[in-house]
Design a protein around this ligand. Structure first.
Ligand code: NZQ
Ligand code: ZN
Length: 377
């Protein structure tokens, strides 16, 4: 086990915490407040932000899409430059948080911000970033990742940067109460799959990472079984577990397999599918294709997460599928698109993005991807 771990984001968790941004952002900063399609103007979040920023100088940029596009984000960069801002406050879900990471990292760059995604540009400075998170799913509020779409080419790619760590993230579970069933189910599934990608690999015997992951998986599974009776604790549990699933801790020092995410990103780019739905559609079949290699971990998961004793890893995959179905998620890829060229398009994009061999043992090649997609259709 060898790793380096640091997570500098200050978390302010609890009801009414949005007010604390008045002290978290220095008064001398000029703030760009960025949000999505308008949910924050209907559920009271924008009013709370406005109240908290009474003594600050700020301007606003709205309209960041779910699966945020570089085309919209480039406009936000220009707007921010025109207004001479030096601090960015993201108010929204993972898309707005990711979008603000792109805005921050490309803010002082003369070239095309997409160069961040291709690896052609590495930033050396960026305005600081804060997040008021309104959707529990991605963990973006305290990690360095951001996933951005180029609408022109239907490509969805990710980048990491140390400048993407927010200075702070506000997690008020009351804010989640205006989410609809679809987005809440997405949140449970995204956090569950994040944990799986850092857990369903090979047996390594590192107990903190394994048992912590199993705790999160059990908790998220329980949220799926109590989904119809959501109370304050349900929302608080989801918010904190989604954060913990992808703040870097459980993955430190252990093998990881982000194969489901890599394939899922291409599906969102091509067909605009919700991120979590791409994962629910792909993951069970990826596990089936790699069942021998993942057998030990699947059986361990069956015992320690679902409480079943079995020698057949397929039983565990069925448990995972049933969990997604119980959240009313359609698991057939053909329900999301009628495109008959899916396999070609996905494998071409993966190849273009350099993913010809991936997974913790590099056993997922483009032929395996085609088999996974065949099963998923
Ligand atoms: O745009 P608005 O009007 O705000 O509506 C949003 C959006 O339509 C709505 N919403 C958010 N908070 C709400 C709300 N509606 C009512 N009440 C609230 N409190 O929900 C819709 C979806 O929002 P979005 O931000 O897209 O969802 P999510 O947080 O699931 O983010 C998904 C994006 O994050 C990326 C995904 O690929 C996708 O682009 N990911 C980012 C990761 C990261 N940075 O670490 C990791 C993930 O694996 C993921 O790839
Ligand atoms: Zn995800």
């Amino acid at each position: 086990m060898e790793f380096s771990y640091k997570n500098p984001t200050q978390i302010e968790f609890g009801q009414g915490k949005i007010a604390s941004i008045s002290n978290l952002i220095p008064k001398e900063n000029k703030i760009l407040v960025v949000y999505g399609g308008g949910s924050i103007k209907k559920n009271g979040v924008f009013d709370q932000v406005k109240d908290a920023l009474k003594e600050h100088t700020w301007c606003e940029f709205g309209g960041i899409e779910a699966n945020p596009t570089k085309e919209s984000l480039d406009k936000a960069v220009l707007f921010g430059r025109e207004n001479d801002i030096d601090y960015i406050l993201a108010v929204g879900g993972g898309s707005v948080a990711d979008g603000c990471k792109y805005i921050a990292n490309s803010f002082y760059y003369e070239g095309d911000g997409w160069d961040l995604l291709t690896g052609d540009f590495t930033p050396t400075k960026a305005p600081e970033l804060g997040v008021v998170l309104t959707l529990a799913a991605t963990g973006s509020e305290s990690n360095t990742g951001a996933v951005i779409t180029k609408a022109e080419t239907k490509e969805k790619r990710f980048f990491h940067s140390p400048f993407s760590y927010p200075q702070f993230a506000i997690l008020d579970p009351d804010v989640l109460k205006s989410l609809d069933d679809r987005q809440l189910a997405n949140g449970v599934i995204d956090a569950f799959v994040h944990t799986c990608e850092q857990y369903i690999t090979s047996s390594h015997g590192l107990k903190a990472q394994d048992y912590y992951s199993e705790g999160l998986l059990r908790g998220l599974y329980e949220l799926s079984t109590t989904y119809d009776n959501r109370d304050d604790k349900w929302y608080a549990n989801l918010f904190w577990m989604a954060n913990q699933a992808l703040n870097g801790l459980i993955g430190s020092g252990v093998p990881q397999d982000w194969g489901t995410h890599f394939i899922g990103h291409e599906l969102s780019g091509l067909y605009g599918m919700d991120h979590a739905r791409t994962l629910a559609v792909i993951q069970p079949h990826l596990l089936r294709e790699l069942i021998d290699e993942k057998k030990d971990k699947l059986l361990q998961m069956g015992k320690n997460v679902f409480g079943i004793t079995t020698s057949n890893p397929e039983d565990v995959i069925v448990k995972i599928e049933n969990m997604y179905k119980s959240l009313n998620v359609d698991l057939k890829l053909s329900s999301y698109t009628e495109d008959t060229q899916i396999k070609d398009k996905v494998t071409n994009l993966l190849e273009k993005h350099g993913f010809v061999k991936f997974g913790d043992k590099e056993s997922i090649n483009l032929g395996i991807v085609e088999k996974i997609l065949d099963r998923a259709l």
